[in-house]
Design a protein around this ligand. Structure first.
Ligand code: AMP
Ligand code: MG
Length: 391
């Protein structure tokens, strides 16, 4: 059995960023990584722009001006003004040719058609120069940038409609187990509701992965092998839940071995999630996550999601540990490293009740996992502890 640290290194070294790119529309590009520098096609702002509602002035060494016109945001004609003249102007409007400054309307008094300043304006004040933010031909965003809502807004200001990005992987999520039925049906004795596939697929969706298909298979060797063979051929990533332990009806390991996948590791010294299995087959990455729901989701956040982000071109894909202060006492029973459902408020971390791997109640209330390495057996109130954010 390998350690958490060894498992993380093995996942990392066996995961390569994709080289496949695709061109998509700007609104679709959220969460994708740019595969090419984006060059600005325009100066931004595209013209000298007023930053205020006020008056554009023909000089900066006078205090009295005659009001000769008005220019509004969106006007396509800018008047030309000379010394002694002022024009009423609004935020975002093109500054008249010859204007030396814009003065806020709060700083002037108007007497009939005269604009009177208390103090003279300084040169170019309240004027956004053409190309102040970026000039035509300059790099707006470099290759490797993760596209955020702000990035989408910024590219929209430059008139960009399409971007070339790295493809996100296609992902199959597979639930195994005879006992599982979909929520909405009535449970018979011995049955439980299938929750892992909806949980994993929505966790993927929350991180921006939408090319996700869920499948379900009974505890049957032939059916398991057939489904796995198909999904391995079709998807970039396969996440299987359950059927990877040592029970007589756990067929995932045998099916994967018989499909001649390259096993990279099986079993990690951790709780929950000991029977975690990681493998590759051609270009497909395979995780068999333990079936217990809290184990499945912990292993997803700790190992699978960083791997998926790395494939998608993220430079920062690793789960980061952050040191905070424990608000709880906890003592570990075994030797394995543990991941505990916990809640962070400010700098304080409360370890929640109900840590069993079969339970999701505490997970539903948690916003972090606490990482207890193998060598730490006890936590006291006030001790520093390491947490991993869930995202
Ligand atoms: P397994 O790893 O298949 O032995 O499953 C371990 C435990 O997790 C069993 O109690 C299963 O019933 C439960 N389990 C497995 N898969 C799921 C699932 N998709 N949804 C809910 N519970 C599951
Ligand atoms: Mg099972």
């Amino acid at each position: 059995m390998i350690s958490v640290e060894q498992a993380l290194i093995l996942v990392d070294t066996h995961t390569k960023a994709t080289e496949k790119t695709t061109t998509i529309t700007l609104p679709q590009s959220l969460g994708y990584v740019l595969a090419k520098d984006i060059v600005s096609p325009i100066n931004m702002p595209p013209f000298r722009q007023s930053a205020m509602d006020g008056y554009a002035l023909g000089s900066t060494d006078e205090k009295k001006f005659s009001l000769v016109g008005e220019v509004q945001a969106g006007d396509d004609q800018s008047p030309t003004i000379v010394k002694g003249e002022a024009v009423r102007i609004f935020t975002g409007a093109p500054v008249p040719f010859g204007a030396k400054a814009v003065v806020m309307q709060e700083k002037v008094s108007i007497n009939d058609t005269q604009v009177i300043l208390q103090e003279s304006a300084s040169i170019n004040s309240n004027i956004r120069p053409e190309g102040e933010q970026i000039k035509k031909g300059e790099v707006a965003l470099i290759k490797g940038t993760v596209i955020t809502p702000a990035g989408i807004g910024y590219l929209a200001t430059l008139g960009i409609t399409h971007v070339e990005v790295y493809q996100k992987p296609s992902i199959a999520v597979i639930a195994t187990g005879n006992e599982l039925i979909p929520p909405g049906q009535t449970l018979k004795h011995g049955q439980i509701y299938e929750s892992n596939s909806i949980m994993l697929s929505t966790a993927l969706q929350a991180s921006g992965y939408t090319h996700v298909d869920c499948h379900k298979v009974e505890d049957n060797y032939e059916a398991t092998k057939f489904l796995l063979q198909n999904v391995i051929a079709q998807y970039d990533v396969v996440l299987i839940s359950g059927g990877i332990s040592v029970g007589d009806y756990d067929f995932v390991g045998k099916a994967l071995r018989d499909l001649e996948v390259e096993e990279i590791f099986y079993k990690v010294k951790q709780k929950p999630g000991k029977p975690l299995y990681f493998a590759k087959k051609n270009y497909t990455t395979i995780f068999a996550l333990p079936g217990n729901p809290a184990s499945s989701l912990s292993c997803f956040y700790i190992y699978a999601l960083p791997m998926i982000k790395k494939i998608s071109g993220y430079a920062q894909y690793k789960s980061k540990l952050r040191a905070l202060i424990s608000n709880s006492e906890y003592s570990k029973k075994g030797q394995r490293a543990e991941f505990l459902k916990a809640k962070v408020e400010g700098e304080q971390v409360t370890i929640l009740d109900g840590q069993a791997s079969s339970m999701l109640r505490s997970f539903a209330l948690s916003n972090v996992l606490v990482y207890l390495p193998e060598e730490i057996s006890e936590i006291k109130v006030g001790d520093p502890i390491q947490i991993i954010n869930l995202a």
